[in-house]
Design a protein around this ligand. Structure first.
Ligand SMILES: Nc1nc2c(c(=O)[nH]1)N[C@H]1C(S)=C(S)[C@@H](COP(=O)(O)OP(=O)(O)OC[C@H]3O[C@@H](n4cnc5c(=O)[nH]c(N)nc54)[C@H](O)[C@@H]3O)O[C@H]1N2
Ligand SMILES: Nc1nc2c(c(=O)[nH]1)N[C@H]1C(S)=C(S)[C@@H](COP(=O)(O)OP(=O)(O)OC[C@H]3O[C@@H](n4cnc5c(=O)[nH]c(N)nc54)[C@H](O)[C@@H]3O)O[C@H]1N2
Ligand code: SF4
Ligand SMILES: [Mo]
Length: 720
């Protein structure tokens, strides 16, 4: 474990009278109080990151006698901002979970698993990978990872060595429409809002309190204290309302209408005259129909509300923007999310907010990482998902699952991606995995996905191995580097780098991995102007942000583009126009509601679903229940606390109802990630239902995002 050599610094603080205090006592204030006779506090301080959510907050772990004693969020990391959120603190000791997979497993004829040796597992998987390549070409192989640095680089390199370009980030699937719509307009794929200095921010569908990065919450609080206007556009009033100055209860899936009307209003007010926009007149002509009254009709907000919002944005520009966050809810959620992202990118351009204080900072890709030892090898074949989903930036993971279902992808490697639990229509995904000639899950714990795979490989947790660095953030970009914190709790578990290198050996492409994680990490750090030792010692190293003066638009016109030939080819208009969601409550008649979802503070994807204390909290407060609008409930004869049945053609399930004014009348809401279906995850047994069960396996045209909220359900009182 190279961390020991390079990063572990033993800090020693004796009691108040101790001699060592002078050297390092300040670092450990509060830890060392006590009489002079008390044993010294000796901790190894190792920098690492929380991987519970994509914020990947950097933190320092204080390790005493091989165990994590305390964790301190890294102050230099803009996500952590000196602390972690409750989920991060709670999961810092996840390695000790009783449910870890303890050895490689192979599925037997009768569907059970037998323990096999690593040699046997890696040899057999490697040979099958090579055979599939021989028979059907590298394009018949695909991988989905959680998108964390080491997994993504190693898996890409392995697949490219096998002739496959088909590697997808599950985490990117969750923002694919935002990334791709933004890319169509600007050539960039992500931006981050400078909340702290903003005068106004319009946040579309992000539960910023319930999914918090501590840094985002602190920055929004700072903005509020300075008098900023924070507008939450959300179909329900989530806990995030506490950070907002206004809540706009939009009809779910109709934000595009709102954004188009705002664009029209901004142009009317003369904004954008100096903006670097190509084909603005073409878009201006299209926008003329999108009056506030038109948008009000569609999205359920008053025309006056839309007028005021537009006027306020114009007034606050350039320290004002539309924030799409992840617009997560899985990548897009709606048939119009990609176009919404494109329209929002153009509105932000009209506001002049790109990379100016208080605006939205585009994140430049790390150009220096284009050619590393760990970079993918050249592959002739094109990404198989691009044929149908040409707009998807970095590919469409769900389409890879569909191709597996149809038989053209035969080998699937899933690294920390619980696709059978978290994609729409879990049965479809299950079948896709079961139809593969080879399916492999790399995971620390048994999951619904692992249970559909032929092989399950026990993985070390993030905290149990050294990692490659990652660059994140745009307002204050940083390079984070994580080192191993503790010895592996499960002796048989291997890191993703070890597993991938082993598979390469089994598939006879071992030459592709003639470097170590430390070698590759050092190369990456140096490309960013840091030394490996220095980056590991501080954990988070600041990098320069992209300034407005240095912004060069990586588009064909060298400007932000209102028109996109690629979008037009995918069946959209050249410039963003109104696109109806795929299904609409009104079209189906009275009694059909859109089933929305969203995160909730005590639950973190499926990683915490099996946690007993969290399950108890959810049970006690009824957090796994269904939200229903009070007027809608009254009309249906449903009262607070009733047991109801929600139903559509895909599923039917009983659930306790929470009747509230705080949700838009056409929407129902079920918190994400409840409804664990795996028998071995016993703590979560019987808690809640899985929203994805009510959703068909369908994807957003061109963009390839799962349409997680394009589904309608009926609600009736149980027994009625
Ligand atoms: N506690 C917790 N935090 C997490 C996670 C977790 O599992 N649990 N997961 C992490 C991950 S992977 C991600 S991608 C992020 C996602 O974080 P966010 O981007 O914030 O996404 P969600 O929490 O899924 O949903 C945000 C809000 O959208 C609202 N909403 C639903 N439908 C609509 C709609 O049609 N229109 C509008 N305007 N609003 C709508 C919901 O009510 C919810 O309040 O969270 C991360 N943080
Ligand atoms: N209905 C509904 N579906 C959703 C969403 C939603 O809001 N509602 N959100 C979507 C979004 S934004 C995303 S990113 C995806 C996420 O969906 P998933 O791909 O399911 O991601 P995770 O649940 O985070 O789990 C990934 C896997 O990481 C592994 N893992 C890594 N570290 C640990 C650990 O410490 N403990 C445990 N137990 N497992 C670990 C396990 O194999 C785990 O199953 O879900 C999407 N699906
Ligand atoms: S926001 Fe919380 S869960 Fe997400 S990475 Fe940071 S500490 Fe971990
Ligand atoms: Mo996500």
């Amino acid at each position: 474990m190279s961390a020991k050599v390079i990063t572990r610094r033993g800090f020693v603080a004796a009691g108040v009278a101790g001699a060592a205090l002078a050297a390092s006592g300040a670092t450990l204030a509060g830890c060392a109080a006590g009489p002079a006779t008390e044993k010294a506090y000796v901790a190894d301080v190792v920098n690492t990151q929380c991987t519970v959510c994509p914020n990947q907050c950097g933190y320092a772990a204080y390790v005493v006698d091989g165990n994590i004693d305390k964790v301190v969020g890294n102050a230099a990391d803009p996500h952590a901002a000196g602390t972690l959120c409750a989920r991060g603190f709670g999961m810092a000791t996840a390695a000790a979970s009783a449910d870890r997979v303890e050895s490689p497993l192979r599925r037997t004829e009768d569907g059970r698993y037998e323990a096999v040796s690593w040699d046997e597992a890696l040899g057999q998987i490697g040979r099958t990978l090579a055979d599939i390549r021989q028979d059907a070409g590298g394009s018949a192989l695909a991988a989905i990872t959680d998108g964390t640095s080491t997994a993504q680089w190693y898996v890409r390199r392995l697949m490219s060595a096998l002739g496959s370009p088909n590697v997808y980030e599950n985490a990117t699937t969750a923002s694919v429409s935002v990334a791709s719509g933004l890319a169509q307009a600007t050539g960039f794929t992500a931006y981050e809002v400078d909340y702290a200095r903003a005068k106004m921010v319009v946040i579309l569908g992000a539960s910023t309190v319930e999914v918090p990065s501590p840094g985002a919450v602190a920055a929004l609080e700072e903005a509020r204290a300075a008098g900023a206007q924070v507008v939450m556009v959300d179909s329900r009033l989530a806990a995030s309302g506490s950070l907002a100055t206004e809540w706009l209860p939009v009809r779910p899936g109709t934000e595009l209408a709102l954004v188009l009307a705002v664009a029209r209003g901004l142009l009317e007010r003369g904004l954008g005259a100096e903006a670097p926009l190509a084909d603005l007149d073409q878009w201006r002509a299209v926008l003329s129909d999108y009056t506030p009254a038109w948008a009000a009709e569609i999205c359920g907000l008053g025309a006056d509300v839309i007028e005021t919002l537009t006027a306020d944005l114009a007034q606050a520009a350039p320290a004002a923007c539309i924030d799409l966050s992840w617009m997560a809810l899985f990548g897009g959620s709606y048939g119009n999310t990609g176009e919404l992202a494109r329209a929002a990118a153009l509105v932000n351009t009209l506001l002049g907010c790109w990379n100016v204080p208080g605006g939205a900072y585009l994140a430049a890709p790390v150009a220096a990482w284009a050619d590393l030892s760990v970079s993918p090898l050249p592959v002739e074949a094109a990404d198989v998902t691009a044929e149908v989903y040409a707009l998807a930036w970095d590919g469409a993971a769900p389409q890879a699952l569909r191709l597996a279902h149809e038989g053209s992808i035969r080998g699937l490697l899933l690294v920390d991606a619980n696709v059978a639990a978290e994609y729409p229509d879990p049965d479809y995904v299950r079948e896709a995995l079961e139809r593969c000639t080879l399916s492999v899950a790399v995971t620390p714990e048994m999951t619904e996905t692992a249970r559909c795979c032929q092989f399950v490989l026990p993985e070390k947790l993030w905290s149990e191995s050294d990692q490659l660095p990652a660059v994140t953030g745009a307002v204050h970009p940083v390079l984070n580097l994580s080192s191993a914190v503790i010895e592996p709790v499960v002796p048989e578990a291997r890191s993703v780098a070890e597993i991938v290198s082993g598979l390469a050996q089994g598939a006879d492409v071992a030459d592709a991995f003639n470097f170590s994680v430390a070698d590759a990490a050092a190369e990456m750090c140096e490309a960013c102007g840091c030394t490996y030792a220095g980056a590991a010692a501080v954990g988070t190293s600041s990098l320069a942000s992209l300034t407005a003066e240095n912004l060069v638009w990586p588009t064909a016109s060298g400007k932000v583009e209102c028109a996109s030939a690629a979008c037009e080819a995918a069946g959209y208009s050249a410039t963003p126009t109104w696109v109806e969601p795929t299904v609409a409550p009104d079209a189906l008649g009275f009694g059909y509601y859109r089933l929305t979802t969203g995160n909730q503070a005590p639950q973190t994807t499926t990683k915490t679903a099996n946690g007993a204390p969290l399950a108890a909290i959810a049970e006690q407060y009824g957090l796994d229940g269904l939200w229903m609008n009070a007027a809608a409930a009254e009309a249906a004869g449903i009262a607070e606390g009733d047991k109801v049945v929600i139903e559509n053609e895909y599923a039917s399930a009983p659930v306790r109802v929470h009747v509230t004014e705080l949700i838009e009348p056409t929407a129902l809401y079920l918190a994400s990630h409840y409804g664990v279906e795996d028998d071995e995850q016993q703590q979560a047994d019987g808690l809640g239902i899985r929203q994805a069960r009510f959703v068909p396996f369908a994807l957003e045209r061109g963009y390839g995002a799962p349409l997680l909220q394009e589904t309608m359900v009926t609600v009736r009182k149980a027994g009625a």
